[in-house]
Each structure stands twice: as C-alpha cells, then as structure tokens.
Design a binder for this molecule. Structure first.
Ligand code: 48C
Length: 299
C-alpha cells in the first residue's frame, strides 16, 4: 500500500485485526458450520466481531430492522427497541421501521447516535394469519419505494421478542434465513413444510435443506424485495384457489429458500424460546420470544 492509502479507516481496520488467535485454532466441532452450498451457519466462537465491525464501518453500512406492531402487538414495541439499543448492531447506523395501524401508541424510546425510529402507518387485517402474511406485501412495497434509498441491509423480524445478547453485523449477507428453534435437528421428513401439492408453498417429502423460521430473515434490499415479492404473489395465487399454507408466511418463506438458497444461515442462538430449555449446543441466547397469551393478544 502506498502511504496515501493509509487513511484512518484502513488504519482502524488493520488495528482492529491485531491480537486475535490464528484462524485454525479451536474450531467448533459440535455443530454444522457450513451448508452444502457453502453458506456459513453463524454460531458463537466462529467469527471475530472486531474484524467484522471494522469492515462494515469501512463500508459505512446502513441497516434497517423492520417490525410490525399491528393492533394489540404495539405493546411489544418498547421492550423490543429498548433491548435492541443494548444488543443490536451497537455502534452502527440503524433505522427501526415500525409498521403499525396505531401510530399514536408507538412509544418514544431514547436512541444512541446514528439510530432512528421511523413509524409507518399501515392497515390492519382482521385475522392474525392475514396480519402475519401481509407483512410480505408491505415489506415488498416499502423495499421498492423507500428502503432501497435509505439502507443497505434489511433485518425482518417478529416484534414479540427481546434481545438478550449481542446481535451484530455477522448476520448480514446478501440473503439470510434463521433455523427454527423448535425444528432444529429434525430430519427433512419431519419438517412442517406445506405438503399440499396444490399449494405454491408445496415441498415434497424428499426435498428440503433446513426449516427456516418465518419471523427472522433479511439481506440486501434487492434480495429482500425479490423474496417478499415471491412470497406475496405465491400467497395471492393460493388465496385465489382458497388455499392457505399450513404455517402461513413461514411456509412460503421455506419454499423460497429451497430454490433461492440463503447466502448465510443464522443458528438458533439468534431466535430462541426459553420453553425449549438450554441444550448443550446453545452457548448464547441472543433473541428470545416474549411470553404472551396468544388468545388474548390475537383477537
Ligand atoms: O403485529 C401483529 N399483530 C397481530 O395481531 C398478529 C401478528 N402481528 C405481527 O405478526 C407481529 O409482528 C408478530 O410478531 C407477527 C407474527 N408472529 C407471532 O405472532 C409469533 N412470534 C409467532
């Protein structure tokens, strides 16, 4: 490198990369770290945050995280944002996009520098299944007309959650999905894919890589646009035939990821429910389901 190229960003990045152990030491051997199409599966102790943070700061990356607080689910927004301020992409530029039918119910939360809340007013659907599924349409429309301009990556998650440990730029890639905590380690025959051949979400018993959770996906804006556009169109095609996949948007997401493989896969560290206990492979719980009375909160 010529002297002129040693600007602060490069020096910061190089400095951040000092003092870590040689790459070939203490690799984890208890879990799968790589998919057959060479997508990393992200587990703790398999990456160096200092290096990744330096790289993403050098690229001046902007991250959007989307949540939907429709009808009574507005009650989850403050805990979500408060815990995200402690653990989610700390030190990076983050836009919280809060989709809601109740703008005045969204609380103001103190935010660190470089982070903003943008409240987006959207309609509510009567059935909770439709509220969940229509997220794909809304994400698609906003990706095209707004997110393209404002952020580089999108992280699309459920709102009835709280962060409980660091979630950093290690999750960011062109297209990523998250292993469903309840189905982790199940065989493909046991995955709760849609099995009705008439449905656009249909996956045959002898196909399937992983079972991905509907409440946690993302990638660059272009890839999220394509994913949400596919899922919405597939749902509308089924709806016209009076078909609705067994696990709603999650079923269509799994179909998409079968034929459009994600470039990175998040381990169940990134999406957990304490009802599932603490198995040995789970060294960190980064994002936890919040207790809720489904019946009460959904009608
Ligand atoms: O915002 C709402 N309001 C509802 O009445 C029903 C669902 N939703 C959104 O859809 C929330 O963002 C939920 O997180 C998501 C559906 N996911 C769940 O209800 C559980 N996490 C499975």
């Amino acid at each position: 490198m010529k002297g002129s190229e040693w600007h602060p960003g490069v020096i910061l990045s190089c400095r951040a990369q000092l003092g870590y152990r040689p790459p070939d030491t203490d690799r984890r051997t208890d879990v799968l770290l790589l998919s057959p199409w060479l997508a990393p599966i992200v587990w703790s102790e398999t990456y160096n945050s200092a290096i990744l943070d330096a790289q993403f700061h050098q690229r001046n990356v902007r991250v959007g995280i989307t949540i939907f607080g429709i009808k009574k689910y507005t009650v989850f927004v403050s805990t979500f944002i408060e815990t995200a301020e402690k653990y989610f992409m700390v030190g990076h530029k983050v836009n919280y996009y809060v989709f809601t039918d109740r703008v005045s119910d969204i609380p103001m939360v103190d935010l660190a520098e470089g982070r903003r809340v943008m409240v987006l007013s959207v309609p509510a659907y009567r059935r909770w299944q439709d509220v969940s599924m229509r997220r794909m349409e809304m994400l698609r429309d906003y990706s095209r007309r707004r997110f393209m301009e404002e952020v580089d990556y999108l992280v699309c998650v459920d709102v009835d959650m709280r962060f409980s440990d660091e979630v950093g730029v290690e999750i960011l890639s062109d297209l990523f999905g998250t292993l469903h905590p309840g189905l982790y380690g199940t065989s493909r025959e046991g995955y709760t894919y849609e099995r009705n051949p008439q449905s656009e979400a249909y996956i045959p018993a002898d196909e399937g890589d992983f079972y991905y959770a509907g409440g946690y996906f993302g990638g660059n804006v272009e890839e999220v646009y394509k994913l949400t556009d596919f899922c919405h169109n597939a749902m509308m095609t089924d709806k016209a035939k009076n078909i609705e996949a067994v696990w709603h948007d999650e079923s269509y997401l799994n179909k998409y990821f079968l034929y459009h493989k994600p470039t990175r896969i998040l381990s169940p560290e990134y999406l957990w429910d304490d009802d599932l206990g603490t198995p040995d492979f789970l060294r960190r719980k980064r994002f936890l389901a919040v207790r809720k009375n489904h019946k009460e909160i959904r009608n």
